[in-house]
Design a protein around this ligand. Structure first.
Ligand SMILES: [Zn+2]
Length: 137
């Protein structure tokens, strides 16, 4: 993959990261993303994953988007699946085909995003520690 492609993904992650609530909550994030996109709804559709099928999907409709994700996996993996589909949505990928480049971009977006989220708890603890120290004088 070209270096500029990875930078493009990284830039999108940094932009969208501003909408990520702390502590992380995918539903709150999607609400904020909806607001950011002029109120266009993103409907989550939970589905049991079956062997051989994909773990998620995105279907744009005239006035809303539907994101399907597998429920029979860890909540971390569910978030990765949802973010992967959000990646397709934000990059404006075509739907109804499996383009290897698009898949790579969406997956990198989801992984980078979750990696950023996972770095947060430590910072939250630091803030808490600092506040406690201040309170104790
Ligand atoms: Zn995909």
């Amino acid at each position: 993959m070209r270096r500029s492609e990875l930078r493009q993904v990284h830039e999108l992650v940094q932009q969208v990261l501003a909408l990520a609530p702390d502590p992380w909550d995918v539903d709150v994030f999607l609400d904020k993303l909806e607001a950011e996109r002029g109120g266009r709804p993103i409907d989550l559709c939970a589905m049991e994953w079956q062997p051989g099928s994909s773990t998620g999907g995105w279907k744009p409709h005239p006035d809303h988007d539907v994101v399907v994700y597998a429920t029979n996996t860890t909540s971390w993996h569910q978030d990765v699946i949802i973010l992967h589909e959000v990646g397709h949505m934000l990059f404006g990928h075509a739907t109804g085909r499996q383009d290897p480049h698009d898949e790579w971009q969406a997956e990198q977006f989801a992984r980078l995003f979750m990696a950023e989220i996972e770095r947060r708890p430590r910072r939250a603890v630091d803030d808490f520690t600092r506040r406690v120290e201040q309170a104790l004088g």
